[in-house]
Design a protein. Structure first.
Length: 571
């Protein structure tokens, strides 16, 4: 509906009984001094909540409330209002119905904004009210990238050009590393906006995936892929070429996989990007890994390593020598845990060296070396060179072969503390894996200090978290080895705009810590299978399995049973 009567916010709220005259006078006095909007002042002073403000305006003005968390604005409506107008007046067009523009506003009393939108859109406006935060998030989501895509299409003049013609433009580039002749500024802005939106959404990767008729862009958020946008096929060549130029890759080579990287400043943060391209039948698939140093967690508590497991791991870090292994599948946070441990041990009187592939984050005070097969720098040769650099502590990114394993163990036996990773399903499995690589049991028993296995689970979103009573089936899963209590309270996320309706926001680790003590060494020397080592650790060390640590985090309200089932097996 359109609002034509000139009303004042304070009068409307007083008429609704939401605030008193005294509260209004105080807020108006502060507004006169600060210039801050009256509604913000009233909420800040706790005279009413934002929900009460919205409900009062809705009731008095007859304006419906809309929840933008449940709405996906139509692109045709977005196109009716320019981005600068939407941002200036805090409005978001969400659809067109019966020839009228549906407009979400945080302040429906702003008649000037309504008039300007009406003139620009060329149609009458129906106003709806929502929170200012939802308006800001909607503008970011639906204007930033969308506007950049439209500008790129318009500037490149490729809206109706077939894919083969677009590729021909790229193939005519004068030399590798040179930006194509087409107008580059809109494409550069599109790349920047894609990265900025990924950072705002706390994404770890950006996937640019060509298909026969369109181009799909997806973000990996908390380990799960979400579709972000679908630019027209016409921008594919220019977009991918721009990224390859930034990553110092050969834009003329489209039939072979390539790797590269670049740094970019976004919103005052220096972000490093790892880029990988791989040819597919419909074009080059590009994945950008986001390495945001400001988001790196260094505290073991922040990672989710708590209680007895943390105490055992901390005890390992106090050893002057030995091998400490972190195991788990790709993407389970092993490198982050190693960085947390190294940061804790990093002191001026300690020399720490690493050999990594790749160096994901630069750590002050730690000498890091990048694997480079072309220069004959592998994990094995690099680790051997580090041994001659007078190190106290060393980290090798991954033990992949017998040579690397033997050098790491030799380093531990000669008085060094060595950290590394293995790809095994649990902590005891690391011992048999090293045996498979050819490491003799007596060397393993005398050098290995401990093993930490881990997985990553998603945290319940704090903004939409709710409690509920567990079902009988859930209680049986929570207490597999004992009688389940008659009542158990669990938590879950209802799903909101902040968490993309997933109910989750952020991740934490679940851990299994195995200390190699004398009873475990006896089993190693006897070539005992992993199951026997596991049973001994459970009985004598009180080792918590990955599943048990995860169940404790479910009961504490940090994650859910469904999430735990996604990454672990029932013991």
């Amino acid at each position: 509906m359109a609002i034509r009567e000139k009303l004042k916010l304070g009068d409307v709220l007083m008429k609704a009984g939401a605030i008193t005259e005294q509260q209004l006078m105080e807020a108006l006095a502060e507004q006169k001094k600060t210039g801050i909007q009256l509604g913000k002042i009233l909420v800040h002073k706790h005279y009413l909540t934002e929900d009460q403000l919205i409900e009062s305006l809705s009731r008095q003005l007859g304006v419906p409330i809309i929840d933008l968390q449940d709405i996906n604005p139509e692109q045709d409506a977005i196109n009716k209002v320019k981005e600068n107008v939407a941002r200036r007046h805090q409005v978001l067009p969400i659809g067109i119905k019966n020839g009228r523009l549906q407009l979400a506003m945080s302040n429906p009393l702003n008649l000037f904004a309504i008039d300007q939108v009406t003139i620009q859109a060329g149609m009458e406006v129906d106003v709806m009210i929502t929170s200012e935060g939802d308006i800001e998030k909607g503008i970011q989501d639906y204007y930033g990238v969308a506007a950049s895509i439209q500008a790129a299409v318009k500037s490149l003049g490729l809206a109706d050009m077939r894919r083969e013609q677009a590729r021909a433009t790229v193939a005519q580039a004068p030399a590798p590393g040179v930006v194509p002749e087409v107008a580059d500024a809109p494409v550069a802005r599109l790349v920047e906006m894609l990265i900025k939106q990924a950072l705002d959404d706390n994404a770890s990767d950006i996937h640019i995936e060509p298909s026969e008729k369109d181009l799909r862009i997806r973000y990996r958020i908390d380990g799960v892929l979400f579709e972000a946008t679908k630019p027209p096929k016409s921008v594919e060549s220019a977009l991918i070429s721009r990224i390859k130029v930034m990553a110092n890759m050969d834009i003329a080579e489209t039939r072979a996989p390539q790797d590269g990287g670049f740094s970019i400043a976004v919103s005052g943060r220096e972000i490093e990007m790892r880029v990988s391209s791989c040819p597919t039948i419909w074009g080059e698939n590009v994945v950008l890994r986001i390495l945001d140093r400001s988001k790196l967690l260094f505290g073991l508590d922040d990672l989710g390593l708590l209680g007895a497991g943390r105490d055992k791991f901390q005890a390992m870090l106090k050893n002057p020598y030995g091998v400490i292994l972190v195991t788990g599948p790709t993407g389970s946070g092993k490198t982050t845990t190693l960085y947390a441990a190294l940061s804790q041990l990093n002191r001026p009187n300690v020399n720490i060296k690493t050999i990594e592939d790749p160096v994901e984050y630069r750590l002050d005070g730690i000498r890091q070396t990048q694997v480079n097969p072309k220069a004959n720098i592998t994990f094995a040769t690099g680790l051997r060179s580090l041994m001659r650099q007078d190190p106290d502590i060393m980290m090798v990114g991954e033990i992949r072969d017998q040579e690397t394993a033997e050098i790491a163990i030799q380093a531990a036996l000669t008085g060094h503390l060595v950290f590394s990773t293995l790809h095994t399903n649990d902590a005891p499995g690391a011992l048999s894996r090293l045996g498979d690589l050819g490491i003799e049991p007596f060397l393993l028993a005398s050098s290995l200090t401990g093993v930490l296995a881990q997985r990553l689970v998603r945290r319940i979103c704090k903004l939409c978290k709710e409690s509920y009573e567990a079902t009988q089936e859930e209680r049986q899963r929570l207490y597999p080895d004992e009688a389940a209590p008659p009542v158990a309270i669990l938590h879950r996320g209802k799903g909101c705009r902040a968490c993309r309706k997933s109910g989750y926001s952020g991740r934490l680790g679940i851990f299994e810590v195995l200390t190699v003590n004398d009873p475990i060494r006896e089993l190693i020397l006897g070539k005992a299978p992993p199951m026997a080592i596991r049973e001994r650790a459970l009985a004598q060390q009180g080792m918590e399995t990955l599943r048990l640590d995860g169940l404790n985090k479910v009961l504490s309200g940090t994650t859910t049973l469904e999430e735990l089932d996604r990454v672990t097996f029932i013991d």
